[in-house]
Design a protein around this ligand. Sequence first.
Ligand SMILES: [Zn+2]
Ligand SMILES: [Zn+2]
Length: 345
Amino acid sequence: MRAFQMTGVGSGGVVDLPDPEPGRGEFLLRPIVSGVCSTDVHIYLEGVSEPALPIVLGHESVAEVIAVGPGSRWNAYGASVPRVGDRVVVEPLFPCRTCTSCVRGLPNVCLESRHMGITWNGCFADLFTAPAWRTTKLPDDLVAEEAIFIEPLACALHFVRLSGLTAGQHLLVLGGGPAGLLTVLVGTLAGLAVALSEPQPARRELGEAMGAQIVASPEQLENALAESGWITGPDAIIEVTGVSSAVAQALDIAPPASTVVLTGIGLEARLVANTIDVVVRELTIRGAAASRDQFARSLELIAGDPEAISPLVTHRLPWTQADSAMRTVQADRTIGKVLLDHTNG
Ligand SMILES: [Zn+2]
Ligand SMILES: [Zn+2]
């Protein structure tokens, strides 16, 4: 099979590899659509997350089940369980299922987990494997280009859940890339009043389409909030950039007793705060990693209103152009979601 293999920071290409064999309890999958995530870009072009080189990149996948590995007796279960020929979406983090985090029901913070495109060969390829229990069968009428958002939307659902907010409260999202925009959408659907801070006008427009009441550049943000008519400041701030300046701004403007959720991944990002500021305002600072238990809800939301997310797709490329797709995501801060097509190329 062909696969986009990373061999070093910023170096990689499409190579021929032996077809992968599904292990015990695993599926062999043929990708239909892959999503390019900022995480892929940080891994490939910056070496974030210390990938196990050489590694096939890609972790956002809608794929068809081609074969079932031995020993799973998987097809004995109900109609909602995927089987050969079904289309599935893959939850790309594969927890160990035995460590303390896993036993506590926190598989997304399993430190022994494998992750597609980091420590497990990913989906920028003709074929890949994944544990069957990490796949979710798609309804027949949900198109692959919409279903590809189930994974990133699940992450946004997790970020908003960890903010602790309930309907009627105020959320500020810092960063209007695809993950930040999906966070705006989830906040809006949860009944929150949402503001978005984002330097690029094109992305601020997408933020409005996702339901943000207030959109502003980072420089104009404090004025925009002051003039907004919000009686209180944000009850929570979700930072989706992985950039030090955004983290610093979040801690700087967080009102007393608010929560700051950090989700961005950046090698250079540092949490620099005067602890007195955190203490006297009783801030809660917490991280949020990927998602847990959110795939069913995410699928339901997307199947219920697939058009809500379609404005986010700005680029479609054959998957064999993964290199230029990732370089575009890194260089062009105005774009939305980049999808890779496996049915052509
Ligand atoms: Zn991702
Ligand atoms: Zn574990």
